[in-house]
Design a protein around this ligand. Structure first.
Ligand SMILES: Cc1cc2nc3c(=O)[nH]c(=O)nc-3n(C[C@H](O)[C@H](O)[C@H](O)COP(=O)(O)OP(=O)(O)OC[C@H]3O[C@@H](n4cnc5c(N)ncnc54)[C@H](O)[C@@H]3O)c2cc1C
Length: 572
């Protein structure tokens, strides 16, 4: 495999495929296509940082580091800069060179919904073999198992390219024990286990990461997409070229809007016009510049929302308003409890390691708002008005699970998912408040809850997992070296706000629970909002302290065009 910064390797040349972005998607697809004998050029804006311990040492990275990080600015609706920046990988390996490395599988219900959204074939049964093929799972050893790690071998691959394992040694086993005890008290019904990839029976477990333990150096090492698919000695390819430190400007189009190649330029220039080069693709161009950069490439190429293209002075080729719309990330924050003096130096409770989130929980809606007699879900079920309204939605092709009088109505979920914001709002109007949204979110976890330790604290980081709020990313000019304008609009939707407040309250309850009695000196340390704090107080704090959880999706959505989609089920 050729990895180079030399423009001449690509300028004016023709390849079977050209790929924009050497991150998770670009490297994986580039590896597979070149492995089948196609000539492939991957153009990556960032450098090769394989030498950098911040990238290869799994614990070498500090939170907020600028190495290999775009740190995109984020804006409010009012055009003002937000106080936090957006982390996104900016070197070979993309975000897998800087991410939290947390590894677990989605549920079948979640994956199957991608298909019902209008994407034939995108379901659990078809995707599961690829999950198996990607992974080389290293089971926990006896010490790790004794400390709460577990492994269900049949929910892992064992011969793939990405190493996954528990860290050596496991982090804060004493505190994790307490978390495992306390979490089900606060989230009744939460199933604690050892392996979070076993999603049929486990929703809280010690964390596995995309890492492997190097016995020579005694360090945990990051297993990035580059590690698995580019640098690995047994993955070298005669026909794969990676051009680093070059930015893809546009896709070149021929007749019938067929992609014929790309224009690109060195990443360190400031005026693009004089330094733009072209490379040609005989079979296809693949955009994999990440969820916040692929949409801008499309817009610069003349594909997007007409008003955006017009104000950037770009000639329109395709009117596709979904480009850059529908952006969403999970709004995260963290709440801290002060650890009592006696435990301040106990490394089984508090440590200084930078592997994120030793225990992770995925909270279902009925664990956040328990389903008890008299709770709103039973109220809703007994309300005739909602039943008939919901029936109307079902008749219109919506997917609604209505639990009432022992009956469960299930239907296609097309409409409710694709228009879920609209339908959620119409249900709101019927019943007021967010509670009715319960109807459409029963099947998937709605909060991710990470149990952690700080320097003198224990803390929980958390976020609504399926936010209904939507933001956008668009170009501001035709200059490919300018950052796009990203407007996240986190926590705009009332349902997201309700989930956020409930998660924040629950985090305090965890540290105020009996298992933490001896360990915690102040469960309400930061924020200093006590047990009687109002929802408004919690929400105000949440909005002030929140950041994007770095799981951005949506700007080039795969779904039918009439629903706002950008690519079809074959990613075209
Ligand atoms: C801080 C952080 C923590 C995360 N934690 C986790 C985690 O713990 N577990 C998990 O599963 N996921 C995590 N993720 C998410 C995961 O890493 C991403 O979902 C995944 O890497 C996305 O893959 P991608 O190929 O779409 O984009 P990326 O991997 O980001 O790759 C995109 C590449 O395109 C390049 N590029 C951008 N613009 C251009 C251009 N114009 N021309 C050429 N190249 C360009 C970028 O430099 C980058 O290398 C995290 C992400 C971040 C940022």
């Amino acid at each position: 495999t050729m990895v180079t910064n030399d423009t001449g390797i690509a300028a004016g040349k023709t390849f079977d495929y050209i790929i924009a972005g050497a991150g998770l998607s670009g490297l994986t697809v580039g590896n597979k296509l070149s492995g089948k004998g196609y000539s492939v050029l991957i153009i990556e804006a960032g450098p090769d940082a394989s030498w950098n311990p911040e990238v290869f040492d799994a614990e070498g990275r500090m939170f907020g580091s600028k190495t290999c990080n775009w740190q995109y600015p984020a804006y409010g609706d009012d055009g003002k800069l937000l106080p936090w920046k957006i982390d996104s990988g900016a070197c070979i390996g993309g975000s897998t060179s800087i991410n939290g490395m947390v590894w677990y599988r989605p549920t079948k219900a979640e994956l199957d919904k991608i298909e019902t959204l209008g994407n034939p074939g995108w379901n659990w049964d078809n995707l599961e073999p690829y999950m198996v093929a990607a992974e080389r799972n290293i089971p926990p050893d006896a010490t790790q198992i004794a400390q709460g790690a577990g492994s269900s071998p049949d929910v892992h691959g064992h011969n793939g390219f990405i190493n996954t394992s528990f860290p050596t040694p496991l982090r804060i086993p004493g505190a994790v024990d307490l978390y495992k005890e306390a979490l089900p008290l606060v989230f009744p019904g939460l199933a604690v286990g050892g392996d979070l990839s076993n999603r049929t029976s486990v929703s809280s477990a010690s964390t596995m990461y995309t890492i492997w333990y190097d016995t020579v150096t005694g360090k945990n090492r990051r297993s990035s997409a580059a590690d698995g698919y580019l640098w690995a000695p047994n993955q070298q390819r005669a026909k794969l070229t990676v051009l680093a430190t070059h930015v893809v400007d546009k896709v070149l189009f021929g007749q019938g809007i067929t992609a014929t190649g790309v224009s690109f330029l060195p990443a360190n220039g400031s005026t693009p016009s004089s330094k733009t080069f072209k490379a040609y693709a005989a079979k296809g161009v693949i955009l994999s510049a990440g969820s916040l950069a692929s949409a801008p490439v499309l817009e610069r190429s003349g594909v997007g929302k007409p008003s955006v293209l017009k104000s950037a002075g770009i000639t329109r080729l395709v009117d596709l308003p979904g480009v850059g719309a529908n952006v969403n990330d999970q709004p995260g924050t963290a709440a801290y409890a002060l650890v009592s003096a006696a435990y301040q130096n106990d490394t089984s409770i508090i440590d200084n390691r930078s592997l994120f989130a030793p225990e992770i929980s995925l909270i279902n809606i009925d664990e956040l708002w328990p389903l008890t007699a008299g709770s709103f879900i039973l109220d809703i079920a007994s309300q005739k008005g909602l039943r008939s309204r919901a029936q109307a939605l079902v008749d219109a092709g919506a997917a609604v699970n209505i639990f009432g009088a022992g009956a469960v109505l299930n239907a296609s979920i097309d409409l409710i998912t694709t228009h879920r914001r609209k339908l959620a709002l119409s249900i709101f109007h019927l019943h007021g408040g967010y509670k009715a949204t319960y109807l459409i979110l029963l099947a998937v976890p709605i909060v991710e809850f990470l149990a952690e330790s700080g320097s003198s604290t224990l803390y929980a980081a958390f976020w609504p997992l399926v936010p209904l709020s939507r933001g956008h990313v668009h170009i501001n000019s035709s200059n490919p070296l300018d950052h796009p304008i990203i407007v996240p609009r986190l926590l705009e939707d009332p349902f997201d706000a309700a989930v956020a407040v409930a998660a924040a309250r629950a985090s305090r309850a965890v540290f105020a629970s009996a298992p933490f009695e001896d360990i915690v000196a102040n469960a309400y340390y930061d924020p200093p909002i006590g047990p009687n704090g109002t929802d408004a107080e919690y929400l105000a704090w949440y909005r002030k302290s929140m950041f994007g959880a770095s799981h951005w999706v949506g700007a080039t959505t795969m779904m039918p065009r009439h629903l706002g989609g950008v690519v079809d089920h074959q990613l075209r």
